[in-house]
Design a protein around this ligand. Structure first.
Ligand code: 9MG
Length: 275
């Protein structure tokens, strides 16, 4: 967790809940682009009411097996939502994208953070981030979403992921992006077996050595379903259990679907941590 000095004593900063707002065609049912934009903004405002600190807007699915969409399509999905939402709230908006062009347009529409599951692999993304003030989440992924779960391979999953993130941080620092703006994420479920995910989770505290805020995204993921044997719509309690544990292990940001429940879990874990 991020530390600040208060009256000479280091104080933990309260962990944040990042709300997931997918704006893919299957997210908001009935017709028309305008209608779904309105529904997305309404959903975001509800999640803010429930305690979200950041809204993470994504127009391309990163689920295992999902297909890529064009930049034009992604822009059409996310930009109107960012424009309208940033008129209504000062809660920071994050853009979940791998594409430099989408990052650029989203930041000029009002996004304050870039969440990139490819850790700035697209051409021009590092130089764009070094030219603006947006925060950046660098996530680890082995492979690409279409095939990443086919046969993940690691020598030592925690050490390998940590080494990768350290290299990505170094590249950012060399490009003038300060550590304060960088958030790291081990990427649960992105090219990892269930065992890899739990080994990573057990070693989460080691990632704090890298000197950046740590984001954890496990909400409703199959690593939870495979242990408690429940379908995706029944994974709220499991997601909250891991959210609380992640806070105790040093996470500063929890990415989640179920905001009310996650807020409670995070606040209680934080209470334990600070007493
Ligand atoms: C987009 N997305 C889906 N899962 C994610 C996770 O675990 N972390 C981050 N940063 N983004 C994610």
């Amino acid at each position: 967790m991020l530390q600040v000095e208060l009256q000479g004593k280091p104080q933990e900063l309260k962990p944040q809940v990042m709300a997931i707002l997918n704006v893919t065609p299957d997210s908001f049912s009935d017709g028309g682009k305008h209608n779904s934009c309105l529904q997305a903004v309404t959903k975001a405002m509800e999640m803010i009411e429930e305690g979200a600190d950041i809204i993470d807007i994504g127009g391309e699915s990163t689920r295992p097996g999902s297909a890529e969409v064009s930049a034009e399509e992604e822009l059409q999905r996310v930009i109107p939502v960012i424009e309208q939402l940033s008129e209504k709230t000062s809660v920071p908006i994050s853009i979940d994208t791998k594409k430099t062009i989408v990052m650029r347009e989203a930041v000029s529409a009002g996004a304050k953070m870039v969440n990139d599951v490819s850790a700035l692999s697209d051409k021009g993304s590092i130089s764009f981030l070094s030219s603006c003030n947006a925060d950046i989440c660098l996530m680890h992924m082995q492979g690409i979403p279409q095939t990443m779960q086919d046969s993940p391979q690691y020598k030592d999953v925690a050490a390998d992921v940590k080494q990768y993130l350290q290299k990505r941080i170094e590249i950012c620092l060399q490009s003038g992006i300060s550590a304060k703006r960088i958030i790291i994420d081990p990427g649960f479920g992105f090219g990892k077996t269930v065992e890899d995910n739990y080994r990573l989770f057990s070693n989460l505290q080691q990632f704090k050595d890298l000197g950046c805020r740590l984001l954890v995204g496990v909400s409703r993921k199959s690593m939870i379903g495979s242990v408690i044997n429940r379908p995706v719509e029944e994974r709220v309690y499991g997601s909250c259990a891991l959210a609380a544990l992640a806070v105790v292990k040093g996470a500063s940001i929890i990415r989640a679907h179920d905001i009310k429940a996650t807020r409670d879990a995070v606040d209680l874990a934080y209470m334990v941590l600070t007493n």
